[in-house]
Design a protein around this ligand. Structure first.
Ligand code: GGG
Length: 326
């Protein structure tokens, strides 16, 4: 986060920053994932820049649910934008050069699906235990995310589901997909089952512009697409509500406790999330300038070791910030 803020300031972002410590320490101390006073402020913010949630000392799903899922659900940030753009050819694991022009967007439904926490465990701890995790899909939720994908696309939207096996939810997705697609005849459409989509993403990701899918599949596919462009350290995301204009921006990665505090974590995912945030706030030129500065630093090899460089987290922030000031 400090590197993302550093870059925003170097880019001349005219924003008031308010920093909040929402972390495992304060959760263990107070039992509150987000303190009430912090929550009140977050509800009023124009945008939220978020790091990551996860702490090996906290083996408690209520922590993740009480931080990230609460923000997504209660602020109704129903669109999760997960772009994947390859900034430097050498970061791609793909052998064929013509398959490396990757510039796609995953539009993940962010407030429904398996993440709502419905279900339960019956006869818990016995050999007869039954565990049910419910996959919630609503007419409104499915319709609005598909509609958003069409707004975001110029050329083609690919809808990904598993409607051949998940027949109830899948039927709703199929019906809403056809209905919404019918309103956008100028945009091409394609449907893929999630297994086929995974295969196609590895085979030739350049074929995709916008992919729209549910919460779980979007989560999984976007880790795959992150690896196609350099890994989890580089992938940004935005959680937005296009109607209220609320937004939360965060790197796709988690907290990576194994490398925390060593000044080697890659700040690019956070920096690119900050650029998505200023774009959301209407500063398109600034967002483009930040992305160009990141691209130039990566191409010059000014990056952390996960991308083959030797710079520290802070030095990467400096390298990007310097390009914005020069
Ligand atoms: N910025 C994404 C994020 O925080 N995701 C939550 C997550 O994956 N937590 C688990 C972890 O950090 O290992």
């Amino acid at each position: 986060m400090p590197e993302a803020i550093k870059v925003l300031k170097a880019a001349g972002a005219d924003l008031d920053f308010q920093e909040y410590d929402v972390n495992g320490d304060q959760y263990m101390r107070t039992g509150q994932p987000i303190p009430d006073a912090v929550w009140a402020d977050l509800q009023k913010a124009d945008a939220i820049l978020f790091g990551a949630v996860g702490d090996p000392r906290v083996n408690d799903a209520a922590y993740l649910a009480g931080v990230l899922l609460r923000l997504r659900f209660e602020l109704d940030l129903y669109v999760n934008l997960r772009p994947a753009r390859l900034y430097d050819d050498r970061l791609s694991p793909l052998r064929r050069e013509d398959r490396r022009k990757i510039d796609l967007l995953i539009v993940r439904e962010n407030t429904e699906g398996l993440y709502v926490g419905m279900g339960g465990r019956f006869k818990k701890g016995t050999e007869e235990e039954v565990a049910i995790q419910e996959d919630l899909n609503t007419y409104l939720g499915v319709t609005r995310i598909i509609e958003y994908a069409f707004q975001a696309a110029k050329r083609e939207v690919v809808m990904v589901d598993k409607s051949n096996a998940m027949t109830h939810a899948g039927a709703l997705w199929q019906e809403r997909w056809k209905a919404v697609a019918g309103k956008h005849p100028h945009v091409k459409t394609r449907h893929l089952y999630v297994d086929a989509a995974s295969m196609q993403l590895v085979r030739d990701p350049t074929q995709f512009e916008v992919i729209v899918t549910g919460n779980l599949f979007g989560d999984i596919l976007s880790d795959l697409t992150a690896e196609l462009i350099g890994g989890m350290g580089i992938a940004p995301s935005g959680n937005v509500n296009p109607e209220t204009r609320r937004g939360l921006f965060e790197p796709v990665h988690g907290t990576a406790p194994d490398i925390a505090g060593k000044a080697i974590v890659n700040p690019v995912g956070a920096i690119l999330s900050a650029s998505m945030m200023v774009r959301h706030l209407g500063q398109t030129e600034m967002a483009g300038a930040i992305e160009s500065a990141v691209e130039s630093a990566l191409r010059a090899g000014e990056c952390t070791r996960d991308l083959g460089g030797s710079l520290s987290t802070h030095e990467v922030g400096d390298a990007v910030a310097k390009r914005l000031r020069d």
